[in-house]
Design a protein around this ligand. Structure first.
Ligand code: C2E
Ligand code: MG
Ligand code: MG
Length: 560
């Protein structure tokens, strides 16, 4: 009959061990069989039998662990390690060991080990999923940040790397039209196409809904560009989405050459700045980051913030440019043009801030303000000058405004609030906007026109569409872009274009306005070509409400 304390150890569920400070096993409980597949006889009396089981990756940590307990001040310690079982498989064990005093002043290490494989598997899976994108199986943003941090540390040792952010253009459109499940399909297939072009040690991660980060090691700029082009070519092949064929494009922002102390977030931010620029470049759709881009992007961000307070603080105002009858010089209509009195940058023209307002959708409230202000001013002008009973107001409408589902409601509301008759209002949309999604444009324009509001096509001639392609739109007026008018006095070719636009417009029973008339020659030629209306610096620059009154007064005074 063994001593009572040994009975306790013999029947323990855990693997109990006692060894002297040289590592010779003095006692081993039978549970070792369940944990290791070896019986107690394998360990008893031997030295180093337990460390020999350790998986190679854990041999060194185990040695340190034992050395500290055998020699040092450490009295007890725990370690989790992987061991190799008798059948060749591996399992995870937790080992808790302490130094104990035995008889005769001898000291021992007493260890309790138990199998923690089940828990460890879950833990490892969780750790892996923390770094993994569930949709594509690629690494995720967290992994990417940690990886970039490691790369930046390695870089101090002369290692060179490049980061490219690749973004699927218009994924939102797929999500909106076919549903998010199809969007996920595209992402998954796109990820496969990307990974098929990537080989270790380069790596790919999905870092946002439609964005991937690629990290290239020791590659030349030429190799990187070639790689990005390969990816873009791979992406442009049609995707088969459960019977729907969808084509997409991908844009990329590339950044390399990092400054000391740079952080992973800054690298991705810079790559994204380059990406945003690439998206506006319809030819190459990739851009390499330069520091000036950062300045530009900070400026745009500043404008984005200032737009909101600008509208609140009344910093926007409208100027009006007269559109006149070219034959009689009588005032026909006024075009409202937006200006911004910026508190720091001074007077800003629309091309400096409208693109930002468009990109951020701020154009929607801003455009509504323009509409309301222009209609309010128009009502006042008509009250002051009842003789101008044929006058109308032209307001520019951007793509984003048109895409709003309730644009017609907004127009109707503003007309009601200001009391302006619908026939006194004309909305201008540019040819490029109209042709972006012709069916949708036609739908919107029909609703707006049903209110009695007139429609003009602005900047005609710049969008490469034919006049007949505009036939499906309910339009009243074509505005010939100033680039043609500006060159018609010097170029026979331009003159011919203007002539055919005017005669085609007439055959479609549309009015024509020539924009940007600066010279008397242009005016005369346009009259010969039977263009009825025009606007331009020759007649008047865009002017504020006060100067406009002076303009009208002068005209009235000239009248017999
Ligand atoms: P647009 O609608 O084609 O307006 C005509 C532009 O030509 C105006 O520029 C006007 O100042 C300019 N212009 C007029 N006559 C002449 C001329 O004889 N020679 C030259 N070189 N230019 C002339 P502006 O005010 O800078 O506006 C630029 C564009 O910004 C507008 O082009 C329009 O597309 C857009 N825009 C202006 N205000 C608004 C607005 O309230 N909403 C929207 N969505 N867009 C606006
Ligand atoms: Mg216009
Ligand atoms: Mg125009």
């Amino acid at each position: 009959m063994p001593p009572v304390h040994q009975l306790v150890a013999d029947t323990s569920q855990h693997w109990e061990l006692l060894e002297d400070l040289t590592g010779r096993v003095e006692y081993c409980s039978p549970s070792c069989l369940a944990v290791t597949g070896y019986g107690p006889e394998h360990f008893l009396g031997s030295t180093g039998a337990v460390p020999r089981l350790a998986h190679p990756a854990y041999k060194a940590p185990l040695e340190v662990f034992l050395a500290e307990l055998r020699s040092g001040p450490v009295q007890q310690k725990s370690l989790e390690l992987r061991i190799r079982r008798h059948d060749g498989s591996t399992c995870w064990v937790s080992c808790h060991a302490r130094r104990v005093a035995g008889t005769g002043g001898r000291e021992f290490l007493r260890a309790t080990l138990h199998d923690i494989s089940n828990r460890k598997v879950v833990e490892l899976e969780l750790a892996a999923s923390r770094l993994k994108d569930p949709v594509t199986g690629l690494h995720n943003r967290t992994w990417c940040m940690e990886h970039l941090k490691r790369q930046l540390e390695r870089k101090r040792g002369g290692h060179h790397f490049t980061v490219a952010v690749v973004d699927i253009d218009r994924l939102k459109k797929v999500n909106d039209t076919l549903g998010p499940a199809y969007g996920d399909d595209i992402i998954r297939m796109a990820a496969e196409r990307i990974t098929s072009t990537i080989a270790l040690p380069d790596a790919a991660a999905r870092i946002s809904g439609d964005g991937f980060a690629l990290i290239f090691q020791d590659k030349t700029p030429r190799q990187i560009i070639k790689h990005i082009k390969e990816i873009q070519a791979a992406m442009s092949a049609p995707f088969d989405l459960r019977g729907h064929e969808v084509t997409i494009t991908a844009s990329a922002g590339i950044v390399s050459g990092f400054v000391p102390g740079e952080r992973p977030e800054e690298i991705l931010r810079n790559a994204n700045i380059a990406l945003r620029q690439a998206k506006t470049n319809s030819h190459h759709r990739y851009k390499v980051f330069h520091s000036h881009m950062f300045e530009e992007s900070s400026r745009l961000m500043e404008i984005e913030i200032d737009l909101v307070s600008g509208l609140k603080n009344g910093e926007f105002f409208l100027e009006y440019q007269p559109i006149i009858c070219l034959e009689t010089k009588e005032l026909n209509s006024l075009e409202a043009l937006l200006r911004w009195r910026h508190p720091r940058h001074g007077l800003m023209q629309p091309d400096e801030f409208l693109p930002v307002a468009e990109a951020t959708d701020f154009i929607v409230p801003l455009g509504e303000w323009v509409l309301r202000q222009a209609c309010t001013d128009m009502v006042k002008i008509l009250a002051e000058y009842p003789e101008l009973n044929g006058l109308s107001m032209s307001v520019n409408i951007s793509a984003r405004q048109l895409a709003q589902h309730n644009i017609a409601e907004t127009v109707a509301l503003v007309l009601r609030e200001t009391g302006l008759a619908a026939k006194r209002l004309s909305l201008e949309i540019t040819e490029t906007v109209a042709m972006e999604d012709p069916a949708f444009t036609a739908h919107c324009l029909h609703i707006i026109r049903a209110l009695g509001v007139k429609i003009s096509i602005d900047d005609f001639g710049t969008g490469y569409s034919s006049l007949s392609s505009l036939q499906n739109f309910p339009i009243d007026t074509i505005k010939v872009d100033k680039s043609f008018v500006g060159r018609m006095d010097t170029s026979a070719e331009q003159r011919k274009i203007v002539r055919s636009v005017i005669s085609l417009a007439h055959s479609l029973k549309l009015d024509v306005v020539a924009e940007g008339i600066e010279l008397r020659e242009q005016w005369s030629m346009l009259k010969v070509l039977d263009c009825q209306n025009g606007q331009g610096f020759l007649f008047s620059h865009p002017v504020d409400a006060l100067a406009l009154r002076a303009y009208i007064d002068k005209k009235s005074a000239l009248r017999p």
